[in-house]
Design a protein around this ligand. Structure first.
Ligand SMILES: [Zn+2]
Length: 440
C-alpha cells in the first residue's frame, strides 16, 4: 500500500461557496488557536493534554460548541483535524529545533497562516465521472461543490482517506486528495541479470545540471526571465500601500511568479528522472549528503545541494515506478580518480579537463566523474565486470556530446532546455511530454 497525494487546481461553484469555505477555514483556525492557547500551551511539558482529550472538549453540555454555537456550522471532523494540527506544528518546531534554530513556542495563527480545512475519512464526495474531460467535482459537507482541473486521474481502486481544501497564498483554491492504493509497479530487474551497458552514472554538477557516463550533458534551466519577473513584482509590491487591495493583488502576483519558477524546476527534474529511469536498468548517483560537504565552492554549494536533493528524490520515485534501480555511491574522489585506471590526481574546481598521467585518458572533468560513478555503482551492485569495460569505447570521444550549447541557450527562449532534454536525449521516448510544446 502506498499513500499518495494528488493536488488539483479548484474553482468554487459560486461566490457563496467560496465564502462558506473561507468561513469554515476561519472557524477551524479559531478552534486551533483556542485549543492551543487555552488547553495545550498552559499545561507543563510533562502533562500535555492528548488530542482525544482536547477533541472531547468540543462536545458535551458545557463543550466549546455549546459556548460558540457557530462552530456547529462546520463539519465536526474538520474541527477535530484542526486540533490535530497542533501535533503537526509541534513536530515541525521540534525538527527546526533539532537543526539548531531558535524557535520559541507555538504561536497563535493569524488568517494568513491558516488557509486550509481537512476532511478526514468522511464529509466529502469525489465525482470524477462527470461528462466533461479533465473535470471532477468534490462536494464538501457544509461548504458545497468545488470543480477540479482533473489533469491526472486518481488510481482506479484507490481508497480516498483525506481531502484538503486550501486557499493558496496566490488566492487560488486547490484540492489535495490523499489516496491509499496498491501500486502496479513493474519489478526491478534482478541485480545479477543487469548488463552494465544498461546502466548509467550521473554526475550532478554546478555549471551543468547533469553529466552522464554515456556522454550526455544537460544545462541547468535558464531562469533569467523568471528572476526578472520576480524582481519586477517585488518592486511593484514595494510601491503599493501595505494592506491595500492593490498591495494584496501585487502580493498574489509575486507569489505566482515564485510558484512559476518552482514549477518549471520541478517539471525539468521530473522529466529527467522519467527519461533516465525508463531508459536504464540502473542509475547511479552520488550520495548527496556526503557530496554537499566535499564540494569546495561555498556559495553555489547550498543552492546546488537543495536542487540535488530534490533531483535524487525524483529519481528514486521514478525508479520505483519504472522498475529501475536508483543507487547512491560514495562521492569521495570521483573527480580526482581516473575512471580508466584508478590513478588519482589533484584537481581544483577550475580545472575542467581530466588528463591522466598514468594511462593517458583524457576527458571532460565531469564526464570522467560520471564514468567513475558508473564504475562505483556497477561495483556496488556486484555485477561481473572489470574496471576497463566500463566506458570502454567512449575514450575516443573525449568531449561529451552537449545537448545544449551555452551560446545557443542564451540566444533562445527560456523553454529551450527542457525541450532539448526530450529531443536530443530521448530517441526512445514513447510520447512527447506536455511541457515540450507548452510556451510562455
Ligand atoms: Zn588513468
Amino acid at each position: 500500500m502506498v499513500k499518495e497525494t494528488f493536488k488539483y487546481a479548484a474553482t468554487p461553484e459560486d461566490a457563496e461557496t467560496a465564502t462558506a469555505a473561507w468561513g469554515d477555514i476561519q472557524t477551524c483556525r479559531e478552534v486551533y488557536n483556542h485549543a492551543l492557547t487555552q488547553e495545550y500551551r498552559p499545561r507543563p511539558d510533562s502533562n500535555k493534554p492528548s488530542y482525544t482529550e482536547m477533541q472531547n472538549k468540543l462536545t458535551g453540555p458545557t463543550g466549546w460548541k455549546e459556548q460558540w454555537p457557530e462552530w456547529k456550522d462546520v463539519y465536526s471532523k474538520c474541527l477535530q483535524m484542526a486540533i490535530r494540527r497542533i501535533k503537526q506544528s509541534e513536530t515541525v518546531l521540534e525538527s527546526l529545533q533539532d537543526q539548531g534554530y531558535d524557535v520559541g513556542r507555538m504561536k497563535w495563527k493569524p488568517p494568513r497562516e491558516f488557509r486550509s480545512i481537512v476532511y478526514n475519512q468522511s464529509g466529502f464526495d469525489v465525482d470524477h465521472n462527470t461528462d466533461r474531460t479533465d473535470h471532477a467535482i468534490v462536494n464538501f459537507s457544509k461548504i458545497g461543490d468545488f470543480h477540479l482541473t482533473y489533469h491526472r486521474p486518481l488510481p482506479d481502486d484507490g481508497d480516498i482517506t483525506q481531502v484538503i481544501l486550501k486557499k493558496e497564498k496566490t488566492g487560488d483554491w486547490t484540492v489535495s486528495i490523499v489516496v491509499e492504493y496498491e501500486p502496479g509497479y513493474p519489478e526491478k530487474p534482478a541485480v545479477e541479470d543487469i548488463d552494465p551497458a544498461d546502466t548509467v552514472g550521473i554526475d550532478l554538477g554546478i555549471t551543468k545540471f547533469i553529466h552522464d557516463s554515456d556522454g550526455r550533458s544537460f544545462e541547468s534551466l535558464d531562469e533569467q526571465r523568471d528572476r526578472d519577473r520576480i524582481d519586477r513584482r517585488h518592486r511593484a509590491l514595494s510601491r503599493k500601500d501595505r494592506g491595500s487591495n492593490n498591495w494584496e493583488q501585487a502580493r498574489q502576483q509575486l507569489a505566482q511568479a515564485y510558484d512559476r519558477v518552482q514549477n518549471r524546476r520541478e517539471d525539468y527534474r521530473e522529466k529527467l528522472a522519467h527519461e533516465y529511469t525508463t531508459r536504464y536498468d540502473a542509475v547511479f548517483l552520488e550520495d548527496l549528503d556526503v557530496k554537499a560537504m566535499t564540494e569546495d565552492d561555498g556559495n553555489s554549494r547550498t543552492i546546488a545541494a537543495m536542487s540535488w536533493r530534490q533531483t535524487i528524490q525524483a529519481f528514486k520515485r521514478h525508479g520505483k515506478k519504472n522498475g529501475c534501480h536508483v543507487i547512491e555511491v560514495p562521492p569521495e574522489g570521483t573527480t580526482k580518480r581516473c575512471s580508466q585506471c584508478g590513478c588519482e590526481t589533484e584537481k581544483p574546481l577550475w580545472v575542467r579537463e581530466h588528463s591522466c598521467p598514468s594511462c593517458g585518458f583524457e576527458a571532460d572533468r565531469d564526464y570522467n566523474a560520471a564514468l567513475e560513478i558508473k564504475r562505483l555503482g556497477v561495483e556496488k551492485i556486484g555485477v561481473e565486470t572489470t574496471m576497463q569495460t566500463v566506458g570502454q569505447g567512449m575514450a575516443e570521444s573525449t568531449t561529451p556530446a552537449e545537448t545544449a550549447l551555452p551560446g545557443e541557450t542564451e540566444a533562445t527562449a527560456d523553454e529551450v532546455s527542457p525541450k532539448r532534454v526530450v529531443e536530443t536525449g530521448s530517441p526512445c521516448l514513447k510520447e512527447p511530454p506536455k511541457a515540450a510544446s507548452r510556451q510562455g
